[in-house]
Write a protein that binds this ligand. Structure first.
Ligand code: ADP
Ligand code: MG
Ligand code: ZN
Length: 188
């Protein structure tokens, strides 16, 4: 972590990934708060699709929050980050593959880019563009939730509803964390 927070650092990409409820947003907020304490200029983004709790804040399931800017496209992250030292992006899986290019460009400008997102969808299939971001990141953190059936460390997101849409925004009403053995693959 020393490395990650060195003030004179060169640009870098950090990815925080895992299932729902695994603490990705909490960890993102923790890192961004530390950067703010260090008086670095911080810009925080989330995609327009994720309006679950608040329009202008990132909110964790444990009710931690930090102000953020809602963007429609990855390109807007680039446009709004020119003055920033540190850029945070939550729910990265809801952006298209251009996010990968945006993160690369920001890191090449010497900025610290911290991206959090679901690494797999409710079918346990890798959720683009997370695999591409993981491949190019300097630092990767994989967070695990607690399985709601057996209490084991959980890296899967069980959808408890019958829609086949990949994107269905919701929380404990629609999803729960499950371990590999308690996870039940959807039929569709
Ligand atoms: P994520 O962004 O990965 O969905 P959050 O950071 O928003 O996760 O929330 C993590 C918090 O969710 C935990 O600290 C805990 O308070 C709460 N939580 C609810 N259900 C679970 C679970 N099954 N496993 C772990 N944490 C859970
Ligand atoms: Mg989250
Ligand atoms: Zn389990």
């Amino acid at each position: 972590m020393q490395d990650i927070e060195n003030k004179k650092m060169r640009g870098q990409i950090e990815v925080i990934c895992g299932s729902m409820f695994s603490g990705k947003t909490e960890e993102l907020i923790r890192r961004l708060r530390r950067a703010q304490i260090a008086k670095q200029r911080v810009e925080i983004f989330k995609p327009a699709v994720d309006n679950r709790y608040s329009d202008n804040e990132i909110v964790s399931h444990s009710e931690q929050k930090i102000p953020s800017t809602v963007v429609e496209t990855a390109e807007q992250i680039l446009l709004f980050s020119s003055e920033a030292d540190v850029i945070g992006v939550d729910e990265a899986q809801f952006f298209d593959s251009y996010l990968v290019e945006v993160c690369q460009r920001l890191a090449e400008q010497g900025k610290r880019v911290i991206v959090a997102g679901l690494d797999t969808d409710y079918r346990a299939v890798p959720f683009e563009p997370m695999p591409q971001l993981l491949a190019i990141a300097e630092y990767i953190t994989k967070t695990l939730a607690v399985c709601m059936k057996c209490g084991a460390p959980a890296n899967r997101t069980q959808r408890i509803s019958n829609t086949g849409d990949r994107v269905l925004v919701g929380a404990t009403d629609l999803y729960e964390a499950r371990c590999r053995s308690c996870y039940e693959a959807p039929e569709d």
